[in-house]
Design a protein around this ligand. Sequence first.
Ligand code: NAD
Ligand code: UDP
Ligand code: UDP
Length: 343
Amino acid sequence: LESKIKELERRIPKKHPDVRFLNYKNRKRILITGGAGFVGSHLVDVLMMQGHEVVVADNFFTGRKRNVEHWLGHENFELIHHDIVNPLFIEVDEIYHLASPASPPHYMYNRVKTIKTNTLGTINVLGLAKRVGAKVLIASTSEVYGDPTVHPQPETYWGHVNPIGPRACYDEGKRVSETLSYAYAMQENVNVRVARIFNTYGPRMHMNDGRVVSNFILQALQNESITIYGNGKQTRSFQYVSDLIDGLISLMASNYTQPVNLGNPIERTIYEFAEIIRDLVGGKSKIIQTPAVEDDPQKRKPDITRAKKYLNWEPRVPLKIGLEKTIEYFRKELARSNHSQRN
Ligand code: NAD
Ligand code: UDP
Ligand code: UDP
């Protein structure tokens, strides 16, 4: 009978992934705003596996319940449908503030809302941190450097941003978000960390995100032409999402309070990138050029000296490995959406 029970137990799928048991002293209650999004949901996974209590506050603008569904019902997990432009009163020890659309088509869709999320939303998060004495990490971006005149970009570079261009709602919103963080730190003693995140990719990126990685992979998988905006000589550096999550957690744990670049310093042109993806997918897509987009930064590459020195962090996942995992994810997503369209 016992072996039958064991066999049955083996066959019943486990409801939740295994989490580590943390004693009461080490366990934290952690809020992740934007935790149902691409980056946020990977952060949820790691913090949950470490045994912390995790609260996600998300308005589901670009995030999805599906990204965190494997934790629904777990006693350490809570999902709140909440728009961060409105005040939030809860008790937490740490806050990762990730709520904000991140891809150009998403943040340009409602520019005023993007500004509100990054200004009013950040004020609410900092007000919450102030009231409960929580440590707070703000997800900033390499876009604070704009179309940079210094290459690669160190954290000491002040940036080159068009304040009224199509990207301004995001770039300037994030710049204010940083300014607010240091104002609350100086004036109200809030314990802040600022991560300047560079282009990140991986599974759970939104299918219609419009960013280069998802566009190129989807085009290659469907044997459509790969669309390069402009001549393809502009450069980016791409980091795999698990490297970013390691960096965010190390930054939160460190005593370093100045902004820190988190990105992969290996730089490629967008044209090279299109070729790499086409070859990895193994399809027959043509690579074509379409008109350039306005204010597109021409070069971007992080100087990660600070992260190496103060966090002992650097990216580890090679582009090919990361892209293979991402391609696999999109392959499944495509099959899933084709299947649901047929039924
Ligand atoms: P994402 O769009 O997948 O996730 C953002 C999440 O925030 C979504 O779940 C969305 O629903 C939520 N959100 C948006 N507005 C909100 C609001 N007003 N109230 C509550 N929730 C709201 O994007 P992502 O790539 O996961 O980005 C996460 C964070 O990292 C963002 O702050 C982004 O600016 C920053 N970042 C990302 C990258 C990147 O390459 N992915 C690069 C630089 C910075
Ligand atoms: N706030 C919040 N949760 C809290 C505490 C504050 O959302 O737990 C909001 C509050 O509504 C305010 C903002 O954070 O709009 C800034 O708070 P702060 O204390 O700095 O400002 P004040 O309330 O004095 O205007
Ligand atoms: N890009 C492209 N084709 C696409 C999407 C993007 O050539 O289908 C280019 C875009 O012009 C930019 C780079 O890829 O130079 C990265 O764009 P993305 O929107 O991913 O992120 P950004 O770094 O500009 O925020």
